[in-house]
Design a protein around this ligand. Structure first.
Ligand code: IMP
Ligand code: MG
Length: 186
């Protein structure tokens, strides 16, 4: 069932709950096929990646394990340098593990390219990236995501883990925020 109308008056659905669930299931099935006989270690990037992770793992019937990372960028002025700070590091070593990094959205690529290099230095057996959303037009640093849910246009989206000012992470759909007075809703 959809989230209440009053909570989401200025939002326009880009990807419905049904479409997201269908795609996440397909991604889980693909990961399962590719990791059969292995024990993948999934690392979600907090906070946005946790909703995607929690749905994804229920479509991966393998003996997997989980960990979490939190990052923040140093702010607008240094964003283009790709400097990212780890604010919560992993609890477990990934040396020798088959790691899948799980992210909500691949936008400029600065976060994932930093994390990819950082994690590769810890000598995992393999490292793959699963991103639910991809905005290819925004890319500054090239990053190869092995699993991509949806390619989307350059619009700011919320829901399904994604926020604006910490709001809307709990929406089941992924929506575009319509600014009051804009013509986007027409
Ligand atoms: P990147 O380093 O630019 O690829 O940053 C990706 C991060 O920026 C994501 O993990 C999100 O936290 C945030 N982000 C990028 N685009 C959006 C969006 O459309 N809505 C909400 N958060 C976004
Ligand atoms: Mg994020």
């Amino acid at each position: 069932m959809s989230t209440s109308v009053a909570f989401r008056t200025n939002l326009e659905v880009l990807l419905s709950e049904e479409a997201i669930q269908k795609r996440v299931r397909e991604m889980g099935e693909q990961i399962t096929r590719e990791f059969v006989g292995r024990s993948p270690h999934l690392i979600a990037i907090l906070k946005g990646g946790c909703v995607f992770l929690s749905d994804l793992i229920r479509h991966i019937p393998l003996p997997l394990s989980l960990d979490f990372l939190a990052v923040s960028s140093y702010g607008a002025s240094t964003k283009s340098s790709g400097v990212v700070r780890i604010t919560k590091d992993l609890d477990h070593s990934i040396e020798g593990r088959d790691v899948i990094l799980v992210e909500d959205i691949l936008d400029t690529g600065l976060t994932l390219s930093f994390l990819q290099e950082n994690l590769l230095n810890r000598r995992p057996a393999s490292l793959r990236i699963a991103a639910l959303l991809n905005k290819p037009s925004r890319r500054i640093k090239e990053v190869h995501a092995n699993y991509i849910g949806f390619n989307i246009p350059d619009r700011f989206v919320v829901g399904y883990g994604l926020d604006v000012g910490e709001k809307y992470r709990n929406l089941a759909d992924i929506c575009v925020v319509i600014e009051p007075g804009s013509n986007d809703g027409s």
